[in-house]
Design a protein around this ligand. Structure first.
Ligand code: FES
Length: 110
């Protein structure tokens, strides 16, 4: 059965050390409380590569990545993004951070 949305909660070591297990359980609880379990699946995922910004959560099919997600953010993410389709910008990963802006002047030559 295909779900309308998937909430991927990083279960990698870095995020686990930042209490991602509680975030994972919190999403499951919130989805069940809102009776969304037939349309939304919560999945524990592997490392997304942003370990220092964990806990990291990715919501599909929107391909949006949220960083530094705490249990206090779960209700808002579910009501705003998962139900309302509105991104929670204060938690969104800034994709510009991942792009390397290197100028020749910044390089060290040996
Ligand atoms: S451990 Fe979560 S992003 Fe790497």
């Amino acid at each position: 059965m295909a779900f309308q949305r998937y909430i991927l909660v990083c279960g990698g070591a870095g995020c686990h050390d930042n209490a991602s297990e509680g975030v994972f359980r919190g999403f499951i609880h919130e989805i069940e409380a809102k009776e969304l379990q037939s349309t939304v699946q919560v999945v524990k995922a592997g490392c997304f590569g942003f370990c220092e910004k964990g806990p990291v959560v990715k919501i599909l099919p929107d391909e949006k990545i949220y960083v530094g997600v705490g249990v206090d953010d779960i209700r808002e993410l579910v009501s705003e993004h998962v139900v309302g389709g509105r991104f929670v910008t204060r938690l969104l990963y800034d994709e510009s951070e991942s792009k390397q802006h290197v100028r020749v002047d910044d390089l060290d030559f040996y």
